[in-house]
Design a protein around this ligand. Structure first.
Ligand code: IPM
Ligand code: MG
Length: 368
């Protein structure tokens, strides 16, 4: 296969972790005889510095031309001024919207070797295997009116939560499709006791649920879902929710895995082209030190192979190598190692274990 992959390393530790994911994709290309070509583009704070905008036109064009996009992280204290007109995060939001990437998949499947890193008791983390599906191009993030104005009583700010039936239907349908290949339970998360958008969400979820008689649908209010993620996380299979709730719940769910550095994500739309990124941020405090954990980005590259290129065996090869490296105690600093591996050493440890014949070891489920 020939594939064109656009890299947007971004800010902070982004370039370091993306470099390891690129090397890993190249190693997969060698082992499985694929030609992966890479282009590199500015997105986020680095793009603001170079061009005054977080998503320059040539970055967007480069991403549109590619089969898939791999992103590092955007943002940092340098661009954090609340008065700033341009912000790195705008680049991320704009690319999601421009490419129609309405579905954000965030699998949370803690590795048994890391159970002790979770602040929760091991028995609360055991058996957790959740796919969180977050709506990504609607809701409070994009609704209008949005803005600030002066009033005689002082400043006033407004954000708008808005959803159409169509936006809800397509994301909930995707959740059901994914659940049919998993444990056949969809938890639709809303705040239907307060919000009108949530009452529409719930109605549409019930309608979509009728199309999938083999999948159980349950509804949960977002506040109690936040609690249940800590107390009974292993009860969840697929969680589907709106943009802002999903943003918050996925950071919470990431804690179950022990480190933010481990978790990948995929943002998908109607076509095959998707955007893949670790769920961690730019970690400015450790940027440039070569100590960031590249695992979340390498696992994002596995999701890229699976969802945009249709290369399932190759994706599993990476996931098995990661599981094996963790089983063997190959840890970066965030995983509490006494003698931590550097970013590149961790990347090497994973690449050394890329073996097409290797299966995801027993005890660790596929990270799909
Ligand atoms: C995420 C991030 C982004 C979001 C920020 C950086 C805009 O928190 O991908 O979860 O809120 O969507
Ligand atoms: Mg977030």
């Amino acid at each position: 296969m020939n594939a064109l992959i656009a890299l947007t390393p971004g800010d902070g530790i982004g370039p370091e972790v993306v470099a390891e994911a690129r090397r890993t994709l190249e190693a997969i290309g060698d082992r499985f005889q694929h030609q992966f070509k890479f282009t590199e583009h500015l997105l986020g704070g680095c793009a603001i510095d170079a061009h005054g905008t977080a998503l320059p036109a040539d970055t967007l064009a480069g991403c549109r031309a590619a089969d898939a996009i791999l992103l590092g992280a955007v943002g940092g204290p340098k661009w954090d001024d609340p008065q700033a007109k341009v912000r790195p995060e705008q680049g991320l939001l704009a690319i999601r919207k421009e490419l129609g990437l309405y579905a954000n998949l965030r699998p949370v499947c803690p590795h048994p070797a890391l159970a002790k890193l979770s602040p929760l008791k091991p028995e609360r983390v055991a058996g957790v295997d959740i796919m969180v599906i977050r709506e990504l191009t609607g809701g409070l993030y994009f609704g209008t009116p949005k803005g600030r104005e002066q009033t005689p009583e002082g400043e006033r700010a407004v954000d708008t939560m808005v959803y159409t039936e169509g936006e809800i239907r397509r994301i909930v349908r995707l959740a059901f499709e994914i659940a049919t290949k998993r444990r056949k339970l969809v938890t639709s998360v809303d705040k239907a006791n307060v919000l009108e958008t949530s009452r529409l969400w719930r109605k549409v979820a019930i309608e979509v649920g009728r199309e999938f008689p083999g999948v159980k649908l349950e509804h949960q209010l977002v506040d109690s879902c936040a609690m249940r993620l800590i107390t009974h996380a292993s009860q969840f299979d697929v969680i589907v929710t709106e943009n802002m709730f999903g943003d918050i719940l996925t950071d919470e769910a990431a804690v179950l895995a022990g480190s933010l550095g481990l978790l990948p994500s995929a943002s998908l739309g109607e076509g095959r082209r998707g955007l893949y990124e670790p769920i961690h941020g730019s970690a400015p405090d450790i940027a440039g030190k070569g100590m960031a954990n590249p695992t979340g980005t390498i696992l994002s590259a596995a999701l890229l192979l699976r969802h945009s290129l249709g290369l399932e065996a190759e994706a599993r090869c990476i996931e098995a190598a990661v599981a094996c490296a963790l089983d063997d105690g190959e840890f970066t600093a965030d995983l509490g190692a006494v003698r931590p591996l550097s970013t590149t050493q961790m990347g090497d440890a994973i690449r050394e274990r890329l073996d097409p014949a290797r299966r995801v070891p027993t005890g660790s489920r596929s990270l799909d």
